[in-house]
Design a binder for this molecule. Structure first.
Ligand code: LLP
Length: 420
């Protein structure tokens, strides 16, 4: 699970760098990413889907630091973006626009124009209304644009309710009858090329069955669409590959590929994938320092210098993240701790009743599997500057985003003259 994060000589290493030595220089809380792990996970997906020469578009939302995106772009990745901001990040990272796909239920006119002008490969379109918008904007810009229809396949992926997207009541995608209707009426949108279908049924999915079911439905719709004259060449099967946080037994990309490749090969379609969590999830940790140990009503709290504002997954989804001290404590007694942050919310915790070697104020601890949906979901709640981000590559490491300062947070705010 930890891949490039290992214990040697009684301390935690990221690749060939000592985590304790790094944070001695940068301070805590700090996000640390392993370059090797990121690229290796990307290559696992790429290799698994090589038989169909799939285009892998890294889901930028999972970790959008431009250095992380750059590492993946250099390894051959495209980008899946969901906002004008992410599009700029992908371009800054050097992504080839012809390897960029753009999803989001709420694309604005400005964002659409920005993406068309950038020459992206495909929009993943989420409604009939959006199709009309993109068509009008393309008419004005005198451009033709390829689009994929994001189809809601009504498949239950058996994952956390908040990260399920392909069921009936979801705001995502277009229902199947409407997709079929649109594919039979492509002439209504003269500036669009109906190039394919997109499905993304959810995230942290551990088995192939729901993917297979969704792909089967997409292929049936594609076959009928083609009969009606739609020039379909792409099938985007989304992201969603699960990872190990605790004791999950997720399928490897190669297992997943084995299950779906026969279907995909037979279709002759160009295949796109949008993995995020699988590539960066276990490639990052959040390092934080214990500020206080507090005993209250027989319970032990380790209060650390990171908070829910830095990593919200435990608070938001009740997500489990493995936690261990950065320096091991051989022979130390064990204790049960709630690991909590300083934020003024009872929901501000990283773990409850977790058995750990005895902790003391000043100890460094690592929260594992924090590379996906970690920093990107951080906020400044309680006027807390966001942590530093560091990319480790063997023995070298670089700050890829400076720790925010209070000045960064206050920039842009002002007291109106009448209040002075
Ligand atoms: N494609 C689309 C259209 C998506 O909506 C997502 C994720 C992905 C690809 C990438 O999915 P992945 O391979 O990472 O599972 N914040 C939540 C996860 C939200 C996922 C949103 N969409 C979490 O921390 O678990």
């Amino acid at each position: 699970m930890r891949h490039q994060f290992n214990y040697r000589n009684q301390q935690l290493w990221c690749e060939k760098s000592s985590v304790a030595e790094i944070v001695k220089k940068t301070g805590t809380p700090a996000y640390l990413y392993s370059y090797f792990s990121i690229v290796d996970h990307f290559r696992q997906v790429q290799k698994a889907f090589k038989p169909v020469n799939a285009l892998i578009c890294f889901a930028v939302k999972s970790n959008s630091n431009i250095a992380v995106c750059r590492a993946l772009v250099k390894a051959g990745s495209g980008c899946d973006v969901v906002s004008g901001g992410e599009l700029i990040r992908a371009l800054k990272a050097g992504a080839n626009p012809k390897k960029i796909v753009y999803a989001s239920v709420g694309k604005t006119d400005r964002e659409i124009e920005q993406a068309v002008r950038a020459g992206i490969l495909l929009f993943n379109v989420e409604s009939e209304q959006e199709l009309g918008r993109i068509d009008r904007i393309c008419a004005r810009l005198k451009k033709k644009q390829k689009v994929n229809l994001r189809m809601n396949p009504e498949v239950d992926p058996h994952t956390h309710h908040f990260i399920t997207t392909g069921h009936k009541a979801s705001k995502f995608g277009i229902d199947m009858p409407t997709v079929e209707k649109l594919l039979a009426n492509t002439k209504r949108y003269p500036h669009l090329i109906f190039a394919g279908i997109h499905i993304h049924i959810g995230s942290q999915i551990l088995e192939a069955r729901p993917f297979k079911a969704a792909i089967g439905k997409a292929l049936a719709v594609i076959a009928r669409g083609r009969k009606n004259g739609a020039p379909i060449e792409y099938l985007n099967i989304g992201g969603g590959l699960g990872i190990i946080y605790k004791k999950e037994k997720p399928q490897k990309p190669s297992d997943y590929a084995k299950k779906v490749l026969p279907l995909l090969k037979k279709s002759g379609l160009k295949i796109i994938l949008e993995p995020g969590r699988f590539i960066v999830g276990n490639s990052g940790i959040l390092v934080t320092r214990v500020v206080y140990i507090k005993n209250s009503h027989g319970k032990k709290f380790a209060i650390v210098d990171a908070g829910m504002n830095d990593l919200v997954r435990p608070s938001l989804y009740g997500a489990y993240h493995e936690i261990q001290p950065v320096l091991t404590k051989p022979g130390s007694k064990k204790g049960r701790y709630d690991i909590v942050g300083p934020v003024c919310e009872s929901g501000d915790f990283f773990a409850k009743d977790r058995t750990l070697p005895q902790l003391e104020a000043g100890d460094l601890i690592s929260i594992f599997s924090a590379g996906a949906y970690g920093f990107v979901m951080a906020s400044n709640y309680n006027t807390r500057p966001k942590p530093v981000e560091i990319l480790v590559h063997g023995k070298r490491w670089d700050i890829i985003r400076k720790r925010e300062t209070i000045d960064d947070l206050l920039r842009g705010e002002k007291i109106p003259a009448w209040l002075k």
